[in-house]
Design a protein around this ligand. Sequence first.
Ligand code: ATP
Ligand code: MG
Length: 430
Amino acid sequence: MALLTQAPKGTQDLLPEQTAHWQTVEQVIREEAALFGFGEIRTPVFEHTELFQRSVGETTDVVQKEMYTFEDKGGRSITLRPEGTAGAVRALLEHAMYNDGLPVKLYYFTSCYRYEKPQAGRLREFHQFGIEVFGPASPSADADVICMVNSLYNRLQIKNFSLQINSIGCPECRAKYHQALKEYFAGSVDKLCDTCKGRLDRNPMRILDCKNPPCGEVAKNAPVVLDYLCNDCHDHFEEVKSYLDLAGLSYQINPTIVRGLDYYTRTVFEFVSNEIGSQGTLCGGGRYDGLVQEMGGKPLPACGCAMGLERLMMVMQNQGIELPEPSKCELFIASIGNQAQKKAFLLARQMQERSVFALFDTCDRSLKAQMKYADKIGAAFTLVLGEDELASGRAQLKNMKTGEKTEISLSEEEFASQFLTASTDSLPSL
Ligand code: ATP
Ligand code: MG
């Protein structure tokens, strides 16, 4: 039979074995985020389109080419979020979260949607973990964000990644830099793609982030933003570096990092792996001091970053980082006949209430098939219920590893405690 349809291009299903790994990693991330004082925020999957147009920026690839935008039945223009910061800033303002004291430190796990060319590490629906810090202007906050990511990667035992940093200045130095870029690119307009031709006037820095090889070629010898920083931005960058030195982090200064979103100011950074092909940016972030005001709030400095979870899982898999096995079934209750199945159902419920991973047969299989299944799922203990067991109120609990059998009472009062005693006794002593 032909399948009705398949998952849309650029999306993927996570099956239980993979989700178990994701959950483990997510748990480590949540713990790390808590250690650094972040609280979780959950915002809608879709927002009004103008939110992203304004924050991510009209001349970015994300807004110009990649957004999933549609009109809803009420005629509003709606967009599936392409990233997490815009929604977090909107929520910060809508709930005046800054009134509860600064800094406001938020983290999120979100699905994101971008109409891109799917390839390894690049999907149309992908997932991000991100953090945002609102309030501090101090370079120590930039360094704190970077250190959190570094500390998380260490905890996850990820190796061979590099930290690359840059500063793209403030609107004041940016104006001078834009002028220099315009002059530089003016001589090679013909070689630029159509999108970049349009960017030349409005936002020439975006050309540096273009993924078209000819544009990249032209951009190779473009002026470097670090040479245009004003004194304050220069000092800020020096301080960020001194905090990173203090923390013992090694980093490279990469003047070509401009980031794909317009809201960044001053510090920008990426954590990069060269082990997962060309989509090697594990995490990107930086400072965005103008964004809150741009969204209609009072000026409020901020910084943050986001990492792609699919790429994170790819790196961990490539490096053979072992994740704990999902927990295995502790008790499988096989049954013969309808009455025994009802008893098995009840005993399983009773054990689950006591936090024991217990299963019974729901497929009406033969006893032989049930035992084969118990073996396949690695059940630690099995119990077989038939007419005799129901009549006597007793059954044989079998330890599947040792083959040892223990008689156990099927009475409601005794079963659970006898099972727990038998299973604890059989644990290897430490
Ligand atoms: P790239 O240069 O790889 O396109 P980006 O600059 O567009 O990345 P950000 O918007 O900063 O990425 O998003 C942060 C992180 O989210 C990236 O570093 C990456 O790990 C992940 N990411 C971005 N786009 C995708 C995608 N289409 N599929 C999977 N992960 C992605
Ligand atoms: Mg991108």
